[in-house]
Design a protein around this ligand. Sequence first.
Ligand SMILES: [Fe+2]
Ligand SMILES: [Fe+2]
Length: 259
Amino acid sequence: MKAYEIMNILFSMADMSGFENTCDTLKCGQADKEVKKAAVTMFPTVEVIKQAQDWGADLLVVHEPLYYNHMDKHSDDPVEIKKRELLESTDMTVYRYHDHPHIARPDMISVGMFEAIGLDGEYEYEADGLVRYHLKNEITPRELAAHMEEKLNIKHLRIAGSIDTPCKVLSGKFGSPGGVGRELRNDKSEIMLIGEVCEWADCEYARDAAQLGFKKAIIAMGHIPSERDGMKYIAGVLKEKCPDLTVKYFESGEVFQYT
Ligand SMILES: [Fe+2]
Ligand SMILES: [Fe+2]
């Protein structure tokens, strides 16, 4: 199959009518490249690009940008130039797959994350794409964080708010989301799972809410750990849709190292 045919299968999973200017475009290489091996990743780090090339990938599908801005405009910054040279030295065609999985209903990244967390419960889907997960059994944020660190292989989770209060509702705000304050103030929300978090506004709200007796907590996951299982899920979807393709997920690793 050609790279653009594979991407069209993935793109067809979301209704993009009314959505202008998607970042999900060809970023490098040829759209009509014949693909036998497809690599999928969360962040196209230098290491991931090298590993995918060594593996023999024809296509690299990435969730996040190559050049640190949403539309992947690149400049004459020396880091960007070197990264571009590295990419162009490979045989890979690179496509972004970011907007479509988030616009799909349900949001494919959120579904992949809740499936990976693997607790019994039921989904609730909001029209704006927010996915809540109603647990069958109560769990405290502290217990949930320990469970997630193990299940999702996350090095370090942080909790703001009511850490030891049993809760049943998880709101997914993965990645670098908007609308955190709105969901935090929603009566339904109990534990919010957030990728990148605003401490002064949202975490302090959760702390005050908890100290005033409200059931509110934020678990700050970090950007990569909060979405990578969504991209692993998409790698699985791609394999299902294109059974003749060899598909492999490449781990970007967490951006922070710990002392
Ligand atoms: Fe993201
Ligand atoms: Fe995302």
